[in-house]
Design a binder for this molecule. Structure first.
Ligand SMILES: [Zn+2]
Length: 282
């Protein structure tokens, strides 16, 4: 498998919200997505970042609050569909999207992917679909980003069939073999959003990538085991679980320095790993 780290747009927010003790200045939070090219399953994505649809869906109140909280910068060349062209790929070539969670900055290009299967943990979406639309913004959910035929293309992770992970993944004990060939392992990263899923994926050259989505916004949070500002407890469905997940990531990081642990919005991490084909301007 070949793995490329890319991002589609970024938002700005104060650093001290993202990490306890951070500075007051605003920093960039790229919306990372990853291209995974698998010898058998073809091209796949982990999340999609922003698209112009994010702006369409946040035009009116109350969704407009989402745009106010996290002002977004996005250009034509940032769009997933345009970045795929650099790899000679079209939307129809994307066989699967692994959705970490359903916040707008992770799923804004789903409507561009008309032939793709959607893989996610069932509890990541089950609670959202029955919300009253006026409640969506509280969950950073924009239902207009969900394609009309979403259900028919959904392949929910079968939570009744976890696999036991080897000691190499400790302290993560169980995961989900998402393609049935051991190449992509999904793990639960609870706290930030219901059913948040991280991915372990290994490149041909043996390098292991661990996509941790929003379990931490900055790599420094994992390195120092330092959570975000307390105010984020109001945003997270389970702040205690968030803290436990961060503790697990900290332990994993300390014992596996060779793994690329990638928080979806950490500019430093994404800059360091982004490939020449990716948009590097942040
Ligand atoms: Zn999120």
């Amino acid at each position: 498998m070949k793995i490329n780290i890319l991002h589609a747009g970024y938002c700005t927010a104060p650093e001290h919200i993202a990490i306890h003790g951070g500075r007051w200045r605003k920093i960039h939070f790229p919306a990372m997505f990853a291209l995974l090219r698998h010898p058998r399953f073809g091209a796949m994505l982990f999340d999609t970042g922003y698209s112009y649809r994010f702006f369409d869906e946040t035009k009116k109140f109350p969704n407009r609050f989402y745009r106010w909280m996290t002002p977004v910068t996005l250009s034509e060349e940032d769009l997933v569909v345009n970045q795929l062209l650099k790899f000679d790929l079209r939307p129809k070539d994307i066989s699967h999207v692994f959705i970490s969670h359903f916040h707008g900055d992770h799923i804004a290009s789903l409507p561009d992917l008309n032939w793709t299967r959607f893989v996610y943990m069932p509890h990541a979406f089950s609670g959202l679909r029955h919300l009253h639309p006026s409640e969506d913004v509280k969950h950073a959910f924009l239902r207009g980003l969900i394609p009309a035929d979403f259900d028919s293309r959904s392949h929910e992770v079968d939570m009744s069939k976890p696999v036991l992970l080897s000691e190499a993944y400790a302290p993560f004990k169980t995961g989900y073999d998402l393609l049935g060939d051991d190449s992509i392992i999904g793990v639960e990263l609870p706290g930030h959003a219901h059913g948040q899923m991280g991915l372990f994926a290994r490149e041909d050259d043996g390098q292991l990538f661990f996509f941790v989505a929003d379990a931490a916004w900055l790599k420094r949070s994992i390195v120092e085991n330092k959570p975000p500002h307390k105010i984020t407890n109001l945003l997270f469905p389970d702040p205690q679980a968030y803290r436990e997940t961060l503790g697990h990531l900290h332990k994993y990081y300390n014992t596996h320095p060779e793994t690329h642990v990638i928080p979806s919005h950490c500019e430093e991490t994404i800059r360091a790993l982004e490939t020449p084909q990716g948009v590097t301007r942040l």
